[in-house]
Ligand binder design. Structure first.
Ligand code: SF4
Length: 280
C-alpha cells in the first residue's frame, strides 16, 4: 500500500511536519497491508495551520475543517459510523486557543478517536505569533518584549481531562514516533499524542529537543499509574520525557451513547427527519 498522493508538499524544508507525516504514513500503510484496518475506513481531519495541509498528502478520506473544530468532527464521524477510524491533526493554537474546550471535551468523553498535536509553539502560517504553548519569555511578532504567559502543558492537561491514552513524541525521531502512532492506532478510546516539532522558520527548537528528550521505555517507567503519569508529565527542563505516559481501558463515548439509543429505538429504521421535526 502506498498512501502518497500527487499533491506537492508545501512545507518549508526541514519543518517538523515532515517527521509526523512520514511516521504516520508508514504506520497506516503497514496496518492496511496487514489488514488490521481498511483504507476506506480511515478518516483524517485537520484544522488551520501549516500542518493542516497534511490531509492532502495521504490517499485517504479527509476533511479540512475550521480553526479549533477538529475534535467535534472526530466525535461526530465516530458516532455516525462506528466502523470508521477518525484521526485528527491539530496545531497548538487550534488545540488550546481556538479549540480549547473541544479538546477537553473529547478527552473526558473518551470518544474512540485519535488526536495528534503538532506542537511547534508558534503560529507559523500567519508568520510567527505566540501560542498557548510558547514558552514564557518567547519573543515573537506579537510578543516583542517576551511572552508574559505561562505555557500550557498538553500532556498534563490531557491527563487531568481523563484521556485514556496520552503520549508524547519528537518529530526528529521518526522510528520512535512510529512506535507511538502504532500504539495509538491500537488503542480503543480517546488517544492523544503530542509531537514536539520545530518550526524551522519561526521557532527552530530542533537542537533544543534533540539534546533533552529521553524515552520512557528506556527507563523503569510503568504505564498505567495515573499519579506517576501526572508527576512525569511535569518534568520539563534539562530532560524532557517522550513515550507513552498513560493508557487505560474504559467504555467509549460511542459505546454509551449508541447503547442508550438502542434502548430507546431501533437505529436501523431511525429517520432523522422525525427527530428534526421535534425542533421546528
Ligand atoms: Fe513548518 Fe514553520 Fe514553515 Fe510552517 S512556517 S511550514 S510550521 S517551518
Amino acid at each position: 500500500m502506498n498512501l502518497t498522493t500527487d499533491r506537492k508538499i508545501q512545507w518549508c524544508p526541514g519543518c517538523g511536519n515532515f517527521g509526523i507525516y512520514n511516521a504516520l504514513k508508514t504506520v497506516l500503510e503497514k496496518a492496511i497491508d496487514e489488514k488490521r484496518v481498511k483504507q476506506e475506513n480511515i478518516v483524517l481531519v485537520s484544522g488551520i495551520g501549516c500542518y493542516g495541509y497534511i490531509t492532502n498528502y495521504y490517499h485517504l478520506n479527509s476533511f479540512h475543517t475550521i480553526h479549533g473544530r477538529v475534535p467535534p468532527l472526530l466525535t461526530g464521524i465516530k458516532l455516525a459510523n462506528p466502523e470508521l477510524i477518525p484521526i485528527g491533526f491539530v496545531g497548538d493554537g487550534d488545540a488550546f486557543a481556538e479549540g480549547m474546550s473541544h479538546t477537553i471535551h473529547i478527552a473526558r468523553r473518551n470518544s474512540n478517536a485519535k488526536l495528534i498535536l503538532h506542537n511547534n509553539g508558534v503560529y507559523g502560517l500567519t508568520t510567527g505569533q505566540f501560542t498557548p504553548t510558547s514558552p514564557k519569555g518567547f519573543k515573537s511578532k506579537s510578543t516583542p518584549f517576551g511572552n508574559p504567559e505561562n505555557p500550557i502543558n498538553p500532556v498534563t492537561l490531557m491527563l487531568v481531562s481523563q484521556a485514556t491514552f496520552v503520549a508524547r513524541g519528537f518529530s526528529g525521531d521518526i522510528k520512535h514516533l512510529q512506535y507511538i502512532f502504532d500504539e495509538m492506532l491500537k488503542h480503543r478510546g480517546f488517544a492523544f499524542v503530542e509531537v514536539l516539532q520545530p518550526c524551522v522558520t519561526f521557532n527552530n527548537t530542533y537542537q533544543f529537543y534533540k539534546e533533552r528528550v529521553y524515552k520512557l521505555e528506556e527507563t523503569d517507567y510503568k504505564i498505567g499509574d495515573f499519579n506517576l503519569a501526572l508527576q512525569k508529565s511535569l518534568e520539563w527542563g534539562e530532560k524532557i520525557p517522550v513515550g507513552i505516559f498513560y493508557r487505560s481501558e474504559l467504555p467509549t463515548y460511542e459505546d454509551l451513547v449508541l447503547r442508550g439509543l438502542d434502548l430507546f429505538c431501533d437505529r436501523s429504521v431511525l429517520d432523522l427527519k422525525d427527530i428534526v421535526k421535534e425542533f421546528i
